[in-house]
Each structure stands twice: as C-alpha cells, then as structure tokens.
Design a protein around this ligand. Structure first.
Ligand code: ADP
Ligand code: MG
Length: 146
C-alpha cells in the first residue's frame, strides 16, 4: 500500500509508472468519483511525453494518445457510462495492444475482463491524500514496486 499525500505525489507516481509501461500493458484504475484516477492518468501520460490536456473521455469513452512525442501509444478509456458489459467489444480496445497500452477507468463496468492487467485502486484517505492498493500480475512482478 502506498499513500499519496497530495496531487503532486499522485502525478509523480504516474510518471514513474510511465517509465515501465510497455506495449500490451493494461492498467486498470478503480476507485470512486474523485479518487484520482484521471489525475494518475495525467501523470502517466506526462511521463510518456504528452504535453497538454487530458480530458476525461466521459462521453466518447476512449481518448487516443497515439501521436509523435508520446513514447508509447496509449488509449485512455473511461467506462463509467458503459451500460452493458458487452458494449466494450464495440470499442475495439485490443487493437492498441500490439503497439501500445490501455489505461482503463471503471473497469468493473466491463465485468471481469483483463485478468492479466495491473489493477490499481485509489481511495480518498482525507485531507488531499489518496491510498493506492495494487493487484500485481506476473507480468508486472519484476517492475513492482514502482
Ligand atoms: N492526492 C491526490 N491525488 C489525486 N487527486 C487529488 C489528490 N488530492 C486531491 N485531489 C483532487 O481530487 C480530484 C481527483 O479527480 P479525478 O482525477 O478526476 O478523479 P477520478 O478520475 O477518479 O474521478 C481532483 O480534483 C484533484 O485535484
Ligand atoms: Mg476520471
């Protein structure tokens, strides 16, 4: 378990995680609204070289960061508004994994997909701090802790 005392700490963790992210990786981000899933995603994308905004893909569900300057193509996915777990198939998410990575907020909306993923959960622990717990799959054991 890790504690991020403030948003800057969450951001720094994201940047360090970015350095270890590889093609084919899926990072699942669980936690309530406002827990910091998108804030952590911003840190990851910044660490990969992205400069600029990271809007929540609330309605589009998927935001692609497959651009020059970003070390590894990433799709940022927010499944909060997914109505039926089977709808996730229509998003064609596997397509990015040959060359890039997926960061998925609200993965539980899609049921128990991605059993091989790194699964991070953020919890508000008061006064601007967040607690991080992780389920670390075999593919991440050599890369953990971050
Ligand atoms: N330690 C922290 N880490 C991340 N966000 C924090 C932290 N402390 C306060 N915040 C605030 O909590 C909110 C997190 O929002 P967001 O990342 O959009 O959450 P989520 O995507 O989980 O719904 C932001 O307003 C951010 O400024
Ligand atoms: Mg979010």
């Amino acid at each position: 378990m890790t504690v991020f005392a403030d948003e800057a700490a969450t951001d720094m963790f994201g940047r360090r995680l970015a350095a270890r992210l590889a093609p084919g990786d899926v990072v699942l981000l669980s936690g309530d609204l406002g827990a910091g899933k998108t804030a952590l995603t911003r840190g990851i994308l910044a660490g990969l070289g992205h400069v600029g905004e990271v809007p929540s893909p609330t309605f589009t569900l998927v935001q692609s960061y497959d651009v020059p300057g970003v070390r590894l193509p990433v799709w940022h996915v927010d499944l909060y508004r997914l109505e039926d777990p089977d709808e996730v198939e229509e998003l064609g998410l596997d397509e990015i994994l040959a060359d890039g990575a997926l960061i998925i907020e609200w993965p539980e909306r899609a049921g128990g997909r991605w059993p091989e993923a790194l699964h991070l959960t953020l919890t508000d622990s008061g006064e601007g701090s967040r607690r991080l717990t992780a389920r670390v799959p075999p593919a991440w054991e050599a890369r953990w802790p971050i």
